[in-house]
Design a protein around this ligand. Structure first.
Ligand SMILES: *[C@@H]1O[C@H](CO)[C@@H](O)[C@H](O)[C@H]1NC(C)=O
Ligand SMILES: *[C@@H]1O[C@H](CO)[C@@H](O)[C@H](O)[C@H]1NC(C)=O
Ligand SMILES: *[C@@H]1O[C@H](CO)[C@@H](O)[C@H](O)[C@H]1NC(C)=O
Ligand SMILES: *[C@@H]1O[C@H](CO)[C@@H](O)[C@H](O)[C@H]1NC(C)=O
Ligand SMILES: *[C@@H]1O[C@H](CO)[C@@H](O)[C@H](O)[C@H]1NC(C)=O
Length: 851
């Protein structure tokens, strides 16, 4: 399929590549990507937009005007200026705010910001010194190198079961017979360089003895410089037991630094030094070196050699299990060398043990204070809750690179095929799933932030600020962020480029709305409140442009109607129902024949949220009367119950639907087709057995509940009762494990969309929508009205079912999952998935909208 940038398709493709494609093919894929990257290098460009002129506009006129003024400026071929789509939004960056500098920035400098690795550390700068752990796993008598999180490794469990997003984390990984624990700790003391020091502790235990290597473990810890600066091997790495220093160097950011290894156990250390820009395939290189060593010398040891001026140093630590090692990274050693040993001792051994304990207790206390589960649920639940927030926070990453944007016109900014490069940008973001989706996804991010702002407001604002800074002059934000070689190596070529005509649900408004309401209720400290105000002042122009992008490019034919643009008619002959990837709900059934007549109910409701949120920000925070009025009017229009009913309500079903050119009479049939002049082959082709007509699209599912979710339905209305019927009916949405995405009665229920597309949002249970629905049930259970009690009963049962099922799966499989099967409740798809599935913690805590 051409240029689809949905998560689903990418997921299926990746899944099949990990399960069926050999290691050879993986490498092949990565090699190709590496070459492409090389070619792209000379195309990096400094942006040369006239900022002064643009800034003038932001100040004097509303952004609505700005939007239209610049819309009309067309860049002709051969024009020297950047194409609009890769022109940054003309306003000061949010991340340049004072609040994100100084102490804040330094405190977040180092972190476990490489979530795609089982363990990896980097700083929040483009060309960082990076570190990571690899080890040899054993399966069926064969060794496998573990490094990037991947399903094919079949680990029984892994994930940060505690992590505070700042300076402490603890992770357990079970790799067949071997259990590893990794701990991370940061410390800033007198004499530390910028960003302070950090320590890494790894413990290994193995259950069963292996014949060749009885109870032994081979760990590979590495440091690498992305800037390709040379690193120095510790002078006495051969006498590591006495001297402890593995490596040292000097950087402009942190000054002199040293890396030390300490352990009380017996171990051997071997090393190799490499000079190469390809840090992204380090594990392949190390595997190759080991294979050569085994072939030539018969032992599994790195050769203790090094390229001249290496930028990567890999240390093999081999030991009998159980085994524990501490690695300390200390900075500022050029200034204060006298106390280095003392500082290394402080970050290893018993001192490290006691600091880790202290941090662990602090984490537990904070968890208790924020989520307050203890009185509601027993401790088993708290453990899963901690693992949910722990791996969400521990999964926060920092990425740097350039997105690719689909751009069919000729341009000197062309980057192969039909794409051009976005400007080089950084992104600090949580990720949905470390092995499958270790990068930024706009629609997931709003849900992540519902948890993260409650935990650490500063981290949350920092993440949201990064996302909004990715906005272009049109108010568009690319929805999937594939930044840097490591991120690229995880995504198949055809899914990389983003379409600038496609949106994605503006879920960040969920958290912004919460924050505004939190402000009104004095939830925040004085400093926090001040920063939040400053943040909104600075972001307001961007948020306006974001809103306007949706309000203009995604509007429908009739006033107050909207639809997700970009559904493709051309694809329809192979798809049972043309997908709507931009909605986030990929294959959720919509009108059978995409047209300009469409009205998408979910988008209409997202627009209500956005308008209402903009209204509150204008009123409460930035005090702009005019904007308040404009957004207020739009919000009022979209919340108009009668108008909504006219456009989307079906009296016979008692349900809300999309509207469009539709027929139910479609099916897939195998037919001979000729594709691109190839020999005809048998393919599933869609047949339409009845002429489509303009009508409501009769599929009950998550989309039908959007007016309920946004509380548009008055609490005394009979329509509310209908929604409760739909929710609680086992033939429709109710299961013992949560609410199905699509009704059992729908003609598309659990139907494949193409030969290669199994159902995704056509039945399975998803936590993000269940959370929103539950939140609304909670609301209606408190509102005066005839259905109050019933809403309360359903709320309690649904909440119980969701929690129990996630718990049961976690116990059985060791993971939180992307979705849950609606028949048996089994976890499905990507795992660990501690993106929006982590919302189960807010469900446990009964923590919903602040408004
Ligand atoms: C690593 O990647 C580079 C470029 O992407 C490639 O040339 C090299 O062969 C790769 N090495 C291994 C061992 O896969
Ligand atoms: C925690 O929950 C209990 C009962 O559920 C409640 O009484 C208590 O006030 C809550 N504490 C906080 C800090 O919210
Ligand atoms: C959104 O678009 C509609 C239709 O063009 C317009 O009437 C309305 O004023 C817009 N809302 C805002 C807040 O700009
Ligand atoms: C509905 O789709 C059919 C088939 O593509 C087309 O002939 C018809 O014009 C469409 N109707 C509208 C109102 O778009
Ligand atoms: C549940 O929905 C089915 C299918 O629409 C319907 O036949 C049945 O009567 C409903 N059950 C209840 C209890 O409303």
């Amino acid at each position: 399929m051409s240029g689809g940038d949905g998560r689903k398709t990418a997921r299926n493709r990746i899944k099949s590549s990990t399960s069926t494609v050999s290691g050879e093919d993986h490498r092949e894929l990565r090699n190709r990507k590496g070459l492409r990257k090389e070619r792209g290098k000379d195309q990096l460009r400094i942006l040369d937009v006239n900022f002064k002129l643009l800034l003038g506009f932001t100040i004097v006129s509303s952004l609505v005007a700005l939007f239209f003024v610049f819309r009309s400026v067309q860049f002709s071929d051969g024009d020297d200026r950047l194409p609009r789509v890769i022109t940054p939004f003309p306003a000061p960056k949010i991340m340049d705010l004072e609040m994100f500098q100084g102490e804040h920035k330094e405190s977040l400098y180092w972190g476990t910001y490489r979530p795609h690795l089982y363990f990896g550390v980097r700083a929040r700068i483009p060309k960082s010194l990076v570190a990571g752990l690899m080890w040899l796993g054993v399966k069926d008598g064969r060794y496998f190198m573990r490094h990037f999180c991947q399903d094919a490794d079949e680990l029984q469990t892994y994930g940060w079961n505690k992590h505070n997003g700042r300076n402490f984390g603890h992770q357990v990984l079970i790799d067949h017979g071997m259990t590893l624990t990794t701990s991370f700790l940061k410390s800033k003391v007198d004499g530390s360089g910028y960003g302070g020091d950090w320590a890494f502790r790894v413990g290994v235990q193995s259950e069963k003895l292996n014949e060749e290597t009885p109870g032994s473990a081979h760990l590979f810890f590495y440091v690498a410089d992305e800037g390709e600066n040379a690193l120095n091997l510790g002078r006495s790495v051969t006498e590591i037991h006495e001297k402890s220093m593995l490596a040292f160097g000097s950087r402009s950011d942190v000054g002199g630094w040293e890396l030390h290894l300490k352990s009380l156990d017996d171990f051997e250390v071997h090393h190799v030094g490499l000079k190469t820009p390809h840090i992204h395939n380090l594990s392949d290189m190390v595997q190759g070196i080991l294979a050569l060593q085994v072939r030539n010398f018969g032992h599994l040891e790195l050769p203790d050699t090094s390229d001249a001026s290496p930028n990567i140093l890999v240390y093999q630590i081999s030991a009998r299990t159980p085994f524990r090692a501490d690695i300390a990274f200390v900075t500022g050693t050029d200034i204060d060398n006298a106390r280095v040993e003392e500082r290394v001792n402080g970050l290893t051994g018993t001192s490290l043990t006691s600091q880790l304990h202290k941090k662990e207790n602090e984490f537990d206390d904070k968890f208790k204070k924020i989520f307050n589960l203890s009185d509601k649920l027993d401790s088993e639940f708290a453990e899963v809750g901690k693992a949910a927030i722990g791996n969400l926070l521990g999964g926060i990453g920092y990425f740097y690179g350039q997105s690719r944007i689909l751009f069919p016109q000729p341009s000197k900014h062309r980057y192969g095929g039909d794409s051009i490069l976005y400007w080089p940008a950084e992104l600090y973001t949580a990720v949905p799933s470390r092995p499958f989706f270790p990068r930024g996804f706009l629609w997931d991010e709003g849900f992540h932030q519902l948890l993260i702002w409650r935990w650490d407001m500063h981290i949350s604002l920092d993440i949201i600020g990064h996302w909004l800074d990715l906005m272009n002059i049109d108010g568009w934000i690319p929805r999937e962020q594939i930044l840097g070689a490591e991120a690229l190596s995880k995504v198949p070529e055809e899914f990389v480029a983003q379409r600038p005509s496609n949106g994605n649900p503006p879920t960040l408004f969920l958290v912004l709305q919460d924050v505004v309401c939190g402000m009104m209720k004095n939830k925040f400290s004085a400093t926090e409140s001040k920063e939040i105000s400053v943040f909104f002042e600075r972001s307001f122009g961007r948020l306006e442009a974001w809103f306007q992008w949706f309000n203009t490019t995604q509007s429908g034919k009739y006033r107050s109607s909207y639809y997700w643009h970009g559904r493709k008619e051309s694809q329809t002959i192979f798809e049972l129902n043309p997908k709507t990837l931009s909605s986030g709900l990929d294959d959720y059934p919509r009108a059978s024949h995409p047209s300009e007549e469409e009205r998408h109910l979910d988008l209409r409701c997202w627009m209500l949220l956005a308008a209402d949120c903009m209204r509150s920000i204008s009123e409460q925070l930035v005090k702009k009367k005019e904007s308040m009025k404009a957004y207020g009017e739009t919000a009022k229009l979209l919340a108009d119950f009668d108008l909504l009913n006219k456009m989307h309500f079906d009296k016979d079903y008692g349900a809300y639907f999309d509207y469009g050119n539709h027929t139910e009479k479609v099916r897939l049939r195998r037919q001979l087709v000729e594709k691109d002049g190839n020999v005809p082959s048998l393919e599933l082709v869609r047949e339409v057995l009845e002429k489509p007509s303009l009508r409501l699209v009769p599929h009950i599912g998550y989309v039908s509940l959007f007016p309920f979710i946004w509380k548009i339905i008055p609490s005394k209305s009979w329509i509310l009762e209908k929604q409760l019927d739909i929710i609680s009916n086992t033939s429709i949405l109710w299961t013992d494990f949560g609410l199905r995405s699509l009704s059992k009665t729908s003609s598309m229920y659990m139907r494949r969309n193409t030969e290669h597309d199994p159902p995704y949002w056509r039945g399975p249970i998803w936590m993000n929508l269940n959370y929103l629905i539950l939140s609304s049930l909670h609301y209606y259970s408190k509102e005066e009205g005839p259905y109050r009690e019933r809403a309360g009963t359903i709320y309690n049962e649904l909440r119980g079912n969701l929690i129990q099922n996630v718990m049961k799966n976690h116990k059985r499989t060791g993971y939180l999952w992307e979705q849950y099967d609606q028949k048996k409740g089994n976890g499905k798809g990507a795992h660990p998935f501690t993106g929006w599935t982590s919302l189960v913690l807010l469900i446990m805590a009964e923590s919903y909208s602040e408004c």
